[in-house]
Ligand binder design. Structure first.
Ligand code: CTP
Length: 213
C-alpha cells in the first residue's frame, strides 16, 4: 500500500494505492507455508491469515522495518512508496493565515534497490513491481525491464496503472513478469490469482535454485 509523508502533524503526501495486490501477495505466500512479515502502509485491507503485520507510515519507516526483518529468503516489494518527502516537516500545524506554504521535496530511499544492492544479507530472490502509466504493452515492458536493471532486483512484475486500466483500487491486474530469462505476459486476472501464480513461481524458484553461497 501507500506510504504517508508528513507535511505537518495533520497533513501528508500520499497516493491512491489500495494495498490489495500486496496483501494478496502476503496471503498467497503464507498459504504455501512461508513465514511472512507484511510491512504495510495504511490500507483498508484486513491482515491476511497466518501473516505477521508491521504497520508503517513513511518510506523511511518502511525501509527500517524491511531491513530489520533481514535475513529473509525472499523480498517482495509491492508497496507504493512515495518517491519524495517534504524537507523539514513542520512541528506545528501550518496556518492558513500565514499564506500558501511552499513545500520543498527531497528524495526518499528506494527500498527495493536498497535490498537488492545489499552485499550482506541480500535475499536470495528480490521481486519488485513496476507501476507504469503506459498503455502500450511494449513500452510498458521496456520500462519495467530498465527498472529491473536499475534497481538490481531479480524479477519485476510490470503493470499499467493508467486510470483506464482500472488497476489501482480495482480487483484485477494485467501483468508482465520480467526476469533475466525474458518476459512472460499474463492475461488479465484477479489480483489474488496474480499473487497465487507468483507465489507458485517463487516456490519453484526456491526449490530449483541453489542457495547463495
Ligand atoms: N520502490 C521502493 N522505494 C521507492 C520507490 C519504489 O522500494 N522509494 C519500489 C516499489 O515498491 C516497486 C518498485 O520500486 O517494487 C518500482 O516502483 P515504481 O513506483 O514503479 O517506480 P519508481 O522507482 O517510483 O520510478 P518512477 O516513479 O519513475 O516510475
Amino acid at each position: 500500500g501507500p506510504t504517508r509523508e508528513a507535511i505537518d502533524p495533520v497533513r501528508y503526501i500520499g497516493n491512491v494505492s489500495s494495498g490489495k495486490q500486496g496483501h494478496a501477495m502476503a496471503a498467497a505466500v503464507a498459504r504455501r507455508g512461508a513465514e511472512v512479515l507484511l510491512v504495510s502502509g495504511r490500507t483498508a485491507e484486513s491482515s491476511p491469515a497466518g501473516v505477521t503485520v508491521k504497520h508503517v507510515e513513511s518510506a523511511r519507516d518502511m525501509l527500517a522495518a524491511a531491513e530489520a526483518a533481514l535475513p529473509v529468503d525472499v523480498a517482495i516489494c509491492v508497496a507504493a512508496v512515495a518517491d519524495w518527502r517534504v524537507e523539514g516537516t513542520a512541528k506545528g500545524k501550518l496556518k492558513k493565515a500565514r499564506g500558501v506554504p511552499r513545500l520543498a521535496l527531497v528524495e526518499n530511499p528506494d527500498i527495493l534497490a536498497a535490498l537488492a544492492h545489499r552485499h550482506a544479507q541480500r535475499p536470495r530472490l528480490v521481486v519488485g513491481f513496476a507501476a507504469e502509466t503506459e498503455p502500450d504493452q511494449k513500452r510498458l515492458v521496456a520500462a519495467a525491464a530498465a527498472k529491473r536493471l536499475a534497481k538490481g532486483c531479480d524479477w519485476i512484475v510490470a503493470n499499467d496503472v493508467s486510470l483506464d486500466a482500472d488497476t489501482i483500487g480495482g480487483e484485477t491486474n494485467t501483468v508482465h513478469l520480467v526476469t533475466s530469462a525474458g518476459v512472460e505476459s499474463w492475461s488479465a486476472m484477479a489480483k489474488t490469482v496474480v499473487a497465487d501464480r507468483l507465489a507458485g513461481r517463487i516456490a519453484v524458484h526456491l526449490d530449483t535454485e541453489a542457495p547463495a553461497a
